[in-house]
Design a protein. Structure first.
Length: 269
């Protein structure tokens, strides 16, 4: 029959607990077990890193695809918001420019004559003309003008219009509330339609030294036959230099389109 041993005393005279005596005889973890747990921890770390990398890569790809599809609309929004290179700004009803105090004609200011110009691509069998040669408006005064388009062919055709305003320094202050630009315009065979244009010239132009001496403005629209690009967006069916000229960008250097870059890349490979 076994008996319990009494606690022993340390050299200093203090008793030593039984737990401390037993723990002295517990064997440490074997080297193989330690390596196994270390390898398992590394595997979990690598799996976590790979999962995060996959998520980040997928997000970048989705973002890149989204930007590609939205490039044309965003470019048009940028031009419309900033008046870049003679592109008139398009404002929404939630914009501060529609405050009642800002849409009141400025008494005592000189009137500005707005001339209307209409062009069309030779590939588009339409007749496209402005219904008025010009209108005289005051800064802050809204004005309504009309263009007329007629499909002179025997089949339905979809057209799309580009626009610009000169001189280009007035573009940030030339605001269009309603227009037919960059939107699908489908005319049936022999159909004729009136296309309204509602615009105003922001009174802030009077505070811009570069615009104080402007008395005449030319608003130009160019209609093209419409086509869909690789992203499914409608665009003018014409050469890039012709379209850029209609937008007032003919004096700027542009990078090649994605389709052209892909073709050139295939040729080099």
């Amino acid at each position: 029959m076994s008996t319990l041993s009494k606690p022993t005393q340390s050299p200093s005279g203090s008793p030593t607990s039984a737990h401390a005596s037993v723990s002295a005889y517990v064997s440490p973890r074997s080297p193989k077990s330690h390596l196994f747990h270390q390898h398992q921890s590394r595997q979990q770390l690598y799996a976590t890193r790979n999962r995060n990398l996959l998520m980040y890569t997928s997000a970048v790809i989705v973002l890149a695809v989204g930007v590609t599809y939205a490039a044309v609309p965003l470019y048009r929004m940028f031009c419309a918001a900033t008046g870049f290179a003679g592109t008139p700004t398009i404002v929404s009803t939630s914009s501060g420019r529609f405050d009642p105090s800002r849409l009141v004609p400025l008494d005592g200011a000189r009137r500005i004559r707005v001339h209307f110009n209409a062009d069309r691509s030779e590939a588009l069998p339409w007749r496209f003309v402005p219904q008025q040669k010009f209108v005289d408006v005051l800064p802050g005064e809204s004005s309504l003008a009309f263009y007329k388009a007629r499909n002179e062919s025997k089949r339905d055709i979809i057209g799309i219009a580009t626009y610009n305003v000169t001189p280009d320094r007035i573009a940030p202050y030339f605001s269009k509330v309603e227009c037919f630009c960059f939107e699908e315009q489908k005319l049936l065979a022999d159909e004729e339609v009136d296309m309204p244009l509602l615009f105003f010239i922001d009174k802030d132009m009077l505070d811009d030294p570069s615009c104080r001496n402007i008395d005449d403005i030319v608003l130009s629209y160019t209609f093209f036959r419409a086509r869909r690009n690789g992203q499914g967006h409608l665009e003018p069916d014409a050469a890039d230099d012709v379209v850029q000229k209609s937008l007032g960008f003919d004096g700027y250097e542009h990078s090649p389109r994605a389709e052209v870059r892909n073709i050139e890349k295939e040729k080099t490979n």
